[in-house]
Design a protein around this ligand. Structure first.
Ligand SMILES: [Zn+2]
Ligand SMILES: [Zn+2]
Length: 325
């Protein structure tokens, strides 16, 4: 069928909205009419060549839509279902088996290689292959084929336009706080970066009753307080952000930090802004090969740096192309 898609053609080139040809779903795939899809920083990093996905490719990994047709072996979804498309996972590796598909051992091949595991693609332009299956979905398109492992069924009385970012930005921010940091009520948190991920972390920190919620960004328009910040810091060149955080937390530093900017130097700042025995969780995607510098003394004083949002499985199904590991 003919579809309209945003094609990423190479480093730093604008996306081209163009007509493509979409294949029929394979046995384990679902044809989805895309209603909305976020643009995540990871899409931009791929477009700009910082990650290994080949081009030309249709990106998009925060899609929401309506199921049109399902493959022969798909049992959990049917035409008309409202779905959110998240990441692909194998369903059989040790991480998948304990409900942690974000740490699937097949994460890179299933999500970043721009094809199915067997190397095939489902999108074409004038007979030429276009890389697809980005995060098992390539949802920057009017219709797409998603692998069933990436889908989560959602209530059909909720506007799908709002739900796409649940698949990446919202669950990364909220998961990083609720599942990874697990802050105690009444503690302080400093959040670096006020994009989708950081603001989701902020809302989650309010839900779990962090009492002091400090947000840091270098753009003043992103420092509004509607979503629950108790304090904001504009990170300009002449501001010592860690000192500002300590000033707001009885001179000790925040109990925890959440880093979502994906900037190497900010991680060092975040570590300096937390107190002894505090934890800094990193979720921003750094370019491959990035080196982060910080004073090791910060760790010797009981601080922890760890990465990622521990996102529990909502849907886990074996991927027929993957073997147990
Ligand atoms: Zn993302
Ligand atoms: Zn797996």
């Amino acid at each position: 069928m003919k579809i309209t898609a945003a094609l990423a053609r190479g480093a730093k080139q604008a996306l081209a909205v163009t007509e493509l040809e979409l294949d029929e779903p394979r046995d384990d795939e679902v044809l989805v009419r895309v209603v909305a899809s976020g643009i995540c920083r990871t899409d931009i990093d791929v477009r700009d060549g910082y990650l290994p996905t080949p081009t030309p490719v249709v990106l998009g990994h925060e899609g929401s839509g309506v199921v049109v047709r399902v493959g022969r072996l798909v049992r959990q979804f049917a035409a008309g279902d409202h779905v959110v498309m998240s990441m692909g996972s194998c369903g059989v590796c040790p991480s998948c088996q304990v409900g942690m598909p974000a740490y699937c051992v097949q994460h890179v091949p299933l999500n970043f290689m721009g094809s199915r595991p067997d190397g095939s693609v489902c999108m074409h332009a004038h007979g030429e292959h276009v890389h697809s299956h980005f995060f098992s979905q390539s949802s920057h398109a009017s219709f797409t084929l998603a692998h069933q492992s990436s889908l989560v069924k959602v209530a059909d009385d909720v506007d799908l336009c709002w739900l796409g970012p649940l698949a990446c930005g919202v669950m990364t921010g909220a998961g990083g706080v609720i599942n990874t940091l697990k802050p105690e009520a009444g503690t302080s948190i400093v959040i670096f970066g006020a994009g989708t991920v950081g603001l989701s972390a902020l809302m989650a920190s309010k839900i779990v009753a962090c009492s002091r919620r400090i947000v840091v960004d270098n753009k003043p328009e992103r420092l509004a307080r509607e979503l629950g910040a108790t304090d904001t810091i504009l990170a300009t060149a002449d501001v010592d952000v860690a000192a500002e955080v300590r000033a707001l937390t009885h001179g000790l530093g925040a109990h925890n930090a959440f880093e979502s900017s994906g900037v190497e130097s900010v991680i060092g700042t975040a570590l300096t802004a937390i107190r002894e025995r505090g934890t800094c969780v990193i979720t921003g995607v750094l370019p491959q090969g990035s080196v982060v510098e910080f004073d090791a003394w910060q760790l010797l004083r009981g601080r922890t740096v760890r990465a990622g949002a521990v996102v529990k499985a909502i849907v886990v199904m074996p991927h027929p192309d993957a073997s147990p590991t």
